[in-house]
Design a protein around this ligand. Structure first.
Ligand SMILES: Cc1cc2nc3c(=O)[nH]c(=O)nc-3n(C[C@H](O)[C@H](O)[C@H](O)COP(=O)(O)O)c2cc1C
Length: 197
């Protein structure tokens, strides 16, 4: 008798898209360009180089806040030839803090484009503005009221719990995904929508 073919077990690839690390000092060029980034090592990432829309959670071990981000994965061909170090550089939208030495969890969600070598910094900056606009449009397209009413922040369970006085366990059970949690937020609620600052 033949063993029935039950196929391969499903492979959960979500972990491939999530990288954690401690924010390191970069070349400090980002702030000059007007796009300061949180940099972490990208050598072990198995995703394709490029510019991605995604999220960054600051202090994930403390269930910290999650921000929408424009994320560069690659070795900055504008400034380095073959010898460039492969880096994750995340520009967090609606965020202006120094987070060197802090732990972040980066989630790559939607790839926007490849890494390009630009003629000079001004051409790169022009593209960075477009990237950020694309990421904003992407975040709005997610269709959540919270993203629309407070464009650039995504709530965490503990954040909503602290503001609604509802237990985290209940929120996780009632809204199994962050998308559902966001969609549950009502801009007219007294405590404000999930994601509002
Ligand atoms: C959204 C985004 C897109 C980027 N795209 C490119 C790119 O296409 N080519 C490139 O050479 N560098 C790209 N970079 C990396 C920048 O060159 C880098 O952030 C900048 O030089 C600052 O580097 P620093 O953080 O080490 O100071 C990108 C960065 C961001 C945040």
């Amino acid at each position: 008798m033949q063993t029935p073919d039950i196929g391969r077990p499903p492979v959960d690839r979500r972990h491939d898209r999530v990288v954690e690390g401690v924010v390191a000092h970069g070349d400090k060029r980002g702030r000059l360009l007007g796009f300061p980034t949180a940099n972490i090592a990208g050598d072990s990432v198995i995703l394709e180089d490029g510019v991605w829309a995604g999220t960054v959670q600051v202090d994930p071990q403390g269930d910290g806040r999650v921000y929408v981000a424009a994320i560069s994965l690659g070795s900055r061909p504008t400034y380095y030839a073959q010898d460039g170090v492969r880096l994750i550089e995340a520009f967090l939208l609606d965020f202006d803090e120094q987070i060197y030495g802090r732990r972040v969890r980066v989630q790559f969600i939607h790839r926007l484009r490849p890494q390009w070598g630009f003629e000079d910094s001004s051409h790169l900056v022009r593209q960075l503005r477009r990237d950020v606009a694309d990421v904003e449009a992407w975040a709005r397209q997610q269709g959540s009221r919270a993203v629309r009413s407070c464009p650039l922040q995504v709530p965490s369970y503990s954040w909503v719990a602290a503001r609604t006085q509802l237990p985290v366990g209940y929120l996780r059970h009632r809204y199994p995904s962050l998308e559902q949690l966001r969609d549950a937020g009502s801009p007219s609620a007294a405590s404000g929508p999930p994601g509002a600052g």
